[in-house]
Design a protein around this ligand. Structure first.
Ligand code: ZN
Ligand code: ZN
Length: 392
């Protein structure tokens, strides 16, 4: 069974929705317009709509028949604080805001499945269409779960999907068990002693301290983590000083950590604190670490991984589904939902054309060619998981 015919029939309409959302990106917990579009579309399909779960989150409930079985399908709606470099017609109209991770496409694919399922109603049970705010590090999944998402909308299983640049359109990849890393953000505040830039002997230079700490932090990966464990420590910001001739009083280092276990995350946090405080002390400065573990690793449940891979194989053929996909160091807060309900998260090809752009790049765009594949997979999950029992 290839892409669902009826869903292929509204490919043009889905493309319009996707480009409209792309042109009007909204940051996490600010998705007012996007969530209104989602809610309005769901209502127009005849689906019961619940707004304001996790601030701007939306849940659509579609019940057919009497079965108590229920499935959750999740998409994310937020954009990133990036200035879009593309010049095409549907480029961002919001300065410094961009759908650079394809959440415009994820939202549209789920709307496509919702429209199809509301029309055809070929299942017995309840579907919860979960449109999550603030996936990009601001805690949208956590907010929805804490506000009782799975108490108000109980799900036996839950599934999500993310586009993957470099993987051809019409292909899927997944792996059972850990698939995406857990993530933390950190800030290290260093205090030295500000002084004239020509009189270093009278001060304590926090820029030099920050540089030594930055270098030393890389020894956590090479010398403290077990080589068989995968760990990333990235200092991504160094802020200090405003003038050519002033050694500043303070400096701040910030960055991110990725790994696949709580133990590794704890090891990195402990070592980072020791290094920051110890190196700073060696220079006569002080340093304090603020370490925030934000996402647990994303761990796919084995049965649900097989199930979604089987459904994907129905849509695109078994040769186009990689069931042993790569580990990804990126993080994804769907992991929080998977810690509450069994399920799986799959990657859908965004295209492997030369020059194709990675997510979080100012030249990225979701590939509209992928829309029918993703919508068909979401629909197939429901039709198989909530298949009608023959009554005779
Ligand atoms: Zn992203
Ligand atoms: Zn994303």
């Amino acid at each position: 069974m290839p892409v669902n015919d009826r869903i292929a029939g509204f490919h043009a309409e889905l493309t319009d929705i996707r480009r409209d959302i792309h042109a009007h990106p909204e940051l996490g917990f600010e998705e007012q317009r996007t969530s209104e579009i989602v809610a309005g579309k769901l209502e127009s399909f005849g689906i019961e709509v619940h707004r304001g779960i996790g601030k701007t989150g939306v849940v659509g409930r579609l019940r057919v028949g009497n079965s108590p079985r229920a499935i959750g399908l999740r998409a994310d709606m937020d954009c990133l604080p990036i200035q879009e470099a593309n010049q095409f017609g549907h480029r961002s109209t919001h300065n410094g805001r961009m759908h650079a991770c394809g959440h415009d496409g994820h939202t549209t694919m789920l709307l496509g499945a919702a429209r199809y399922l509301a029309q055809t109603r070929g299942f017995d049970g309840t579907v919860h269409f979960i449109f999550q705010p603030a996936e990009e590090g601001l805690g949208g999944a956590d907010a929805m779960v804490k506000e009782g998402l799975f108490r108000t909308f109980p799900c036996d299983v839950i599934f999500g999907m993310h586009n993957r640049p470099g993987l051809a359109v019409g292909k899927f990849q997944i792996r059972p068990g850990p698939m995406m890393a857990g993530g933390a953000f950190f800030d290290i505040a260093i205090t030295g002693k500000g002084v004239h830039g020509a009189r270093p002997e009278a001060g304590i230079d926090p820029v030099l301290v920050a540089s030594h700490i930055t270098t030393a932090l890389q020894s956590i990966v090479s010398r403290n983590a077990r080589p068989a464990d995968t760990v990333v420590v990235s200092v991504t910001q160094i802020h200090a000083g405003d003038a050519y001739n002033v050694i500043p009083e303070t400096a701040v280092l910030s960055g991110t950590v990725r790994c696949f276990s709580k133990e590794s995350m704890k090891l990195v946090e402990d070592r980072m604190r020791l290094i920051a405080e110890g190196v700073a002390a060696g220079f006569g400065a002080t340093a304090s670490l603020d370490f925030r573990a934000l996402f647990p690793p994303l761990v796919n449940h084995a049965d649900e991984t097989d199930f979604i891979a089987d459904c994907a194989a129905e849509v695109v053929g078994p040769e186009n589904v990689n069931r042993n996909g790569p580990l990804t160091m990126a993080s994804e807060d769907f992991s929080i939902m998977l810690n509450n309900v069994p399920g799986a998260y799959i990657q859908i090809g965004n295209g492997d054309q030369p020059g194709g752009c990675e997510v979080h790049n100012p030249g990225y765009d979701f590939n509209d060619g992928a829309l029918p594949y993703g919508a068909s997979l979401f629909a197939r999950l429901v039709e198989r998981r909530l298949a009608r029992m023959t009554a005779d």
